[in-house]
Design a binder for this molecule. Structure first.
Ligand SMILES: Cc1cc2nc3c(=O)[nH]c(=O)nc-3n(C[C@H](O)[C@H](O)[C@H](O)COP(=O)(O)OP(=O)(O)OC[C@H]3O[C@@H](n4cnc5c(N)ncnc54)[C@H](O)[C@@H]3O)c2cc1C
Length: 306
């Protein structure tokens, strides 16, 4: 289903992110997770891509297998760093052939922290343009396209005014929605959303949420989301757990639940859970929320609700 159609019928959307496993054992575990996540009926599931093409086949194969074995709307990520135009064209052809309707267009970071300009693309906006120019899709609109947004700013562009221009360029190039980097302070998201509005960016902005589930996971999250701020309130709560893994987990899930409630109250277009291929935390948060679907249905039933 084209992402424009998803957003026209579902508000707020619920989406999940998984990454392609590298071993048969972790693939089996992921498919156990997938079975559990089918219950929560996500509006779409996105699948990450290793920058430079390091998971090119793994991502593609996982998308094809999920497409055969589940009813999920799938959104493969595609990073352009290190790729030639010819390679990107071939990737698009394969996804079009596999019946994939949407892509998340990213620049990606090369291993070792480099961003490089190796390849034919400099920025994600160039990739969005290439996807838009692609003519081999059976949907006359072509692929639906999402792009990344950074409520706390992207570390590569300290000038936040310029950064908003660059985000606008991605949307003007043809992006249908924005999915944000994870964040812990909703104020940052609301301010980002307001700045987007002022900049004339009016596509749906989906909030990226990743609950803290372990003390060691905290550092990994800080690495994954370069620049993400960990509020003192969260850190203080986690410290009170005294290293008890069960308490840490409950605090993390409680915190993420509160974030989601607040986002829903403020009319978020969608919530995207970074699942790290686990289902338990996402399911617990959704069970705590209870009414995410009802909230969405209520908004949908109001004529003209956007
Ligand atoms: C939702 C989400 C999903 C992600 N999934 C993946 C994934 O699957 N695989 C992966 O490897 N990485 C992934 N990433 C990480 C992402 O690739 C990196 O954060 C990367 O550094 C930025 O990608 P981008 O698409 O925002 O790039 P861009 O939009 O190209 O921005 C990158 C930097 O360049 C700056 N910039 C943009 N345009 C210009 C311009 N014209 N002139 C000068 N500077 C400019 C931006 O301000 C920013 O600092 C994801 C990030 C998010 C938020």
């Amino acid at each position: 289903m084209h992402v424009q159609d998803i957003f026209s019928v579902r508000r707020p959307t619920l989406s999940l992110e998984v990454f392609p496993p590298r071993t048969p054992e972790s693939t089996d575990r992921l498919f156990e997770t997938i079975v559990q996540l089918e219950d929560v009926a996500p509006d779409f599931v996105s699948i990450t891509y290793g920058a430079g093409g390091s998971t090119r086949e793994l991502t593609h194969d996982l998308v094809v297998r999920l497409g055969t074995e589940t009813a999920f709307n799938l959104i493969p990520h595609l990073t352009c760093v290190g790729h030639s135009r010819w390679e990107v064209e071939r990737i698009l052809e394969r996804y079009a052939h596999a019946g994939v309707s949407n892509l998340l267009a990213l620049r990606g970071d090369l291993p070792g922290g480099g961003c490089g300009t190796v390849g034919d693309f400099r920025h994600a906006a160039d990739l969005v343009r290439a996807i838009r120019r692609f003519r081999g899709h059976s949907d006359p609109r072509g692929f639906g396209v999402g792009v990344a947004g950074f409520p706390e700013g992207h570390p590569g562009t300290p000038n936040r005014l310029l950064e908003m221009d660059y985000l606008k360029a991605k949307v003007d190039a043809g992006a249908d929605y924005i999915c944000t980097q994870l964040f812990f302070e909703n104020r940052d998201f609301f301010d980002f959303r307001a700045r987007c509005d002022l900049a004339g960016i009016h596509v749906p902005i989906v909030a990226g949420i990743m609950p803290v589930t372990s003390a060691s996971g905290l550092n990994r999250m800080a690495e994954l989301a370069g620049g993400a701020r960990f509020p003192a309130r969260l850190l203080r709560d986690l410290r009170r757990a005294n290293g008890d893994p069960d308490v840490v987990r409950r605090i993390g899930i409680h915190y993420a639940t509160e974030q989601c409630v607040d986002l829903l109250h403020h009319g978020v277009a969608g919530i995207h859970f970074y699942t790290l291929n686990q289902s338990a935390a996402t399911r617990e948060i959704l069970s705590n929320l209870g009414s995410l679907r009802q909230a969405g249905d209520a908004v949908r039933e109001k004529p003209g609700a956007g």
